[in-house]
Design a protein around this ligand. Structure first.
Ligand code: NAP
Length: 316
């Protein structure tokens, strides 16, 4: 029997759980500018910064305190997400999950069931889907014949993820940490479901997750999709999706923020996290959950369907 939905009136009092790079750089400012949300607490065993709200070393400490929160935004590495989310749901809190929603699919299913039973909202945020070019790209592609798709996601892990050792541990995704963003966009803008058909993933000798990959996919109509991932890209960084259609070529570049079609190029400022909190507030006030596992399923399938190769060790 599903639980009664928790009634929450704005502003939503939110605790940021995991106060690392993304929570600090994006979540905190996005909460600050949204009148329907307010930052009520921070939870992180190593947080030292004074951010004007109570800081707790663990979620258990927050939940045992008299600090009142309606929701938690979980911004930790993926390996510890599920237990934290379960703790929050059991305490009747709404939950926003940073991407990827969990380390594996079964964990997401567990959380969905728990949230339903407990009457709280579970929101799996795919930030790249809120990038400025994604909605217009989806609209432009609708009704066109798609002939092929090339996804090229290459970045320098030393620049973007310094000191993030969790990325190289099982459940940390390796190069799929950025690569899943590309798949979150592809599964949003392409009209049909995608399947992984094969490929190669390269694992450094000293790491548990891949550093590069070349994955082939196709959609349900047989349209070929290539996914090239590399974590050792120096110089210009590449986050591009190129779609060949009967109406010409669409290129979504810079992670989804720049859209180029035969009609011209459109660029807009980054509002991804502002849009995430607007949606979270909306989802909570509507009393529903929003969880799409399609990008995570494709990553899981790539791990099951691709060949593995050991390559030179990685040292930061
Ligand atoms: P990060 O800088 O390593 O931050 C993670 C934080 O979580 C660290 O401060 C860590 O503390 C803390 N933490 C670990 N276990 C915890 C627990 N049980 N309770 C509370 N806090 C805990 O990583 P990040 O770059 O912010 O990434 C976090 C997540 O956001 C990842 O899933 C990533 O894919 C996603 N994301 C990152 C970016 C980006 O640009 N960085 C962009 C979008 C999404 P310790 O260091 O002490 O372990």
């Amino acid at each position: 029997m599903p639980g009664k939905r928790a009634v929450t009136t704005p502003p939503l009092r939110i605790a940021l759980v995991g106060f690392g790079k993304i929570a600090h750089d994006q979540h905190m400012p996005a909460i600050a500018e949204n009148p329907d949300c307010t930052l009520a607490a921070v939870v992180d065993p190593s947080a030292t910064e004074d951010v004007g709200v109570p800081v707790f070393a663990s979620l258990a400490d927050l939940l045992a305190s008299d600090c009142v929160v309606d929701a938690v935004a979980i911004c930790t590495p993926p390996q510890v997400r599920r237990t934290l989310a379960q703790e929050a749901i059991a305490a009747g809190k709404h939950v926003l999950l940073e991407k990827p929603p969990c380390a594996v699919l079964s964990e997401v299913a567990t959380l969905e069931e728990m949230a339903h039973e407990s009457g709280v909202c579970l929101f799996a945020a795919w930030h790249s889907r809120f990038s400025a070019g994604v909605g217009p790209a989806k609209e432009w592609l609708a009704g066109r014949e798609i002939r092929s798709v090339a996804i090229d996601w290459r970045e320098d892990v030393r620049v973007w993820h310094p000191g993030q050792h969790w990325i190289w541990k099982a459940g940390g995704f390796g190069v799929f940490d950025p690569g899943i963003n590309a798949l979150s966009i592809a599964t949003e803008i392409l009209p049909r479901p995608l399947c992984v058909s094969g490929g190669l993933l390269q694992f450094p000798e000293n790491c548990e997750t891949p550093i590069a990959g070349s994955v082939t996919l196709e959609d349900s109509a047989g349209v070929p999709i290539s996914l090239t991932l590399n974590f050792l890209q120096t110089g210009p960084q590449t986050w591009d999706i190129t779609v060949e259609t009967d109406g010409g070529r669409l290129v979504l570049s810079e992670g989804g923020s720049v859209l180029t079609t035969p009609e011209g190029t459109h660029r807009a400022p980054d509002r991804e996290y502002a849009a995430i909190y607007a949606r979270f507030a909306e989802v909570v006030s509507a009393g529903r959950s929003e969880v799409d596992v399609a990008p995570l399923r494709l990553v899981a399938d790539a791990f099951m369907r691709c060949r593995f190769e050991r390559v030179a060790p990685f040292h930061e």
